[in-house]
Design a binder for this molecule. Structure first.
Ligand code: ZN
Ligand code: FE
Length: 248
């Protein structure tokens, strides 16, 4: 049985995720405590563990109140321990980890920040990518280089196509508009945007296969020619797309 996944809207446009199974409940990122505690209460769940992807306030500032209310243990990247809340468990990329009884792969995804990690749950078919690979987008490059982010995206793109990509923000409207501006003939993209508009559902999670079909940052190869970069390495096309999105 895959773990049960609950998407929680937090702050203005953040997502947090609850994972629940026979072994307990885990939270991925803690933008703020209140909506997460409300969800836990409504479901009658405790909270055993908080997994942190990166150090930005909008992913960690709910930690103290959640720990106080639930006693959850906090887990995050060793390399970023100095700027994360106090960690009960420090992990390194590549390390074998078990969460709620499932093996978890810690993947290094620098770019948005250095020290940003993603958590892949292969048995449940989910990857928590926060501000690396996002729904129809990717995180802004605050600390890393385009080369680093491109490598991170390629690594995530190597996961199975049916993996649910659980990312950190509801940037659907702007990401979708940008995607359409660079990829206007993409029927899958138009269909995704129409379905989102009708349902008003969160735009994450979506399958990796869906991201491959609609996310311009995974489609650098397809978009190179229309950007006049047919002969450029894909990483340069990616860097150009990221610059265009910054100014979009
Ligand atoms: Zn961030
Ligand atoms: Fe963020």
């Amino acid at each position: 049985m895959p773990l049960e996944l609950v998407t929680i809207r937090c702050l203005k446009d953040n997502y947090a995720y609850l994972l629940h199974g026979p072994a307990g409940t885990a939270l991925i990122d803690a933008p703020e405590a209140a909506p997460i505690l409300t969800e836990l209460d409504a479901r009658g769940w405790g909270l055993d563990m908080i997994l942190l992807t990166h150090h930005h306030d909008d992913h960690i500032q709910g930690v103290p109140a959640l720990v106080e209310a639930t006693g959850a243990e906090v887990l995050g990247a060793e390399a970023d321990a100095r700027r994360l809340p106090p960690l009960d468990q420090q992990v390194a990329p590549g390390q074998a980890l078990t969460v709620l009884g499932e093996p978890v792969e810690v993947i290094d995804v620098p770019g948005h920040t250095i020290g940003h990690v993603a958590f892949h749950f292969p048995e449940s078919g989910m990857a928590f990518t926060a501000d690396s690979l996002m729904a129809m987008g990717c995180g802004r490059l605050f600390e890393g280089t385009p080369e680093q982010m491109w490598r991170a995206l390629r690594q995530l793109n190597g996961l199975p196509g049916d993996t649910l990509i659980c990312s950190g923000h509801d940037y659907c409207a702007t990401n979708g508009a940008f995607a359409l501006s660079v990829d206007p003939d993409n029927a899958d993209l138009r269909e995704r945007l129409e379905a989102l508009q009708e349902s008003r559902m969160p735009c994450a999670p979506a399958t990796l296969a869906m991201e491959r079909a609609t996310n311009p940052f995974l489609r650098a190869g397809h978009l190179a020619a229309s950007l006049g970069m047919a002969d450029a390495p894909e990483v340069e096309v990616f860097a150009q797309l990221r610059r265009m999105k910054d100014e979009f």
